[in-house]
Design a binder for this molecule. Sequence first.
Ligand code: FAD
Length: 449
Amino acid sequence: RPAIVWFRRDLRLRDLPALLSAAATAPRGVALFVLDDALLRPAGPRRRSYLMRCLHALDDDLSGRLVVVRGDPADAVPAVAREFDASEVHVSEDFGPYGRQRDARVAEALGDVPLVASGSPYAVSPGRIVKADGTPYKVFSAYRRAWFDHGTRPPAHTGAETVEWLDSAGVKSRVPIPEPEDVTLPPAGERAALARWREFVADGLGRYATDRDRPALDGTSRLSAHLKFGCIHPRTLLHDLRDHRGDGAATFRSELAWRDFYADVLHHRPDTARKNYNRTFDAIEYDTGPDADALFTAWCEGRTGFPIVDAGMRQLLEEGFVPNRVRMIVASFLTKDLHIPWWRGARHFMRYLADGDLASNQHNWQWTAGSGTDAAPYFRIFNPTTQGEKFDPKGDYVRRWVPELRSVVGRRVHTLPDGPPTGYPAPVVDHAHERRTALERYGRIRTTN
Ligand code: FAD
């Protein structure tokens, strides 16, 4: 009897512990992916499209043997298991709130056929590292120390040849992999992820620590969407970095620790996908009503009159990506200059980001809003103009994304001393005034709690 390998957020064949466990039980395998509308609907066209490209790439690597079906996994997975008379179903463990309850339902529906989890999308799986008293870490620096001490396993030696994949042509419920929606995206899938990683190690890693905050330089790995869908595993990256010294490699490892940390936080507190981690912040006064809605729309469309904010928001719409520094600037602007709750911004990000990931997104938003684990202190309010001048000192990033500002020379693009050029809006708010308002509101909850 064959074993099923049910792919979810692990769309690769190398370094895949679930594939290794499948091979240990049966020499023949069935590669399965379920198109689950509960996940596809909220993903937005860019992430959906990225996923479809990954599936096409995986199917190519499996010589056309990927079985793709559509429906509720609690119906679809048992149906395929029956059709192949499978002995077991192997997966990488999903720690997200939806994934956990879906897998519980699927395990029950499978009856006698075990659902076996091996590995996860993380270097160190959520829940694995706890403090001496058994409670989860709440402060990143302490978590990171424990994360380094814990270490990671060496990569699993797997590939297309690890099992003999059964032909999927005759599967009754099989559907074609949908064609990707027509959006521009970088190449997707395992080969693309590995190629990008090698390119980054050769050209980017050495200057990563300094260039990562300079959005015009594209100094980061751009692996986030690949990591999101598991086209490459962080264990592979950490293994390749083991002999690399220097600030670039150290900073990069630390960023991977943030990814694991936020997954760990969400695992222990699934409520924080929607709610403040620090419930004191429930008392923060946010703006609502038609004026706030109009400001929110201006932010979404990149028409706030703050050049670095608008550049970031337009890059999000056009590319489905924003560099980390700019994500922090636009998030701070929404919550502290426009006084709009973080979850509205987080929802917009999740709709447009190709790398949109519940744990990383919601918790980075909460870091900015001040309500997260060891969040930015409430009085740390980014000035969008000085942030622009500091991190985009020549103004190239803003000119790349805001065509109306292309004729403005150098860093003046951040201050617009001659006023906004035709077609570009005046600032929608006065930063100094909004900063005071935010400080008052945040100060109030600190004194009353
Ligand atoms: P690199 O700088 O090359 O970093 C390598 C990898 O480390 C990233 O791919 C990512 O997996 C991880 N990483 C880096 N920074 C962080 C971080 N702050 N938190 C968690 N992991 C990190 N990242 C997502 O993957 N999905 C999201 O939905 C997401 N939403 C965010 C929302 C806000 C408001 C902010 C401030 C940050 C968000 N991030 C998110 C984190 C970070 O901005 C992106 O991971 C990073 O910009 C991706 O680009 P890169 O792959 O070139 O990163």
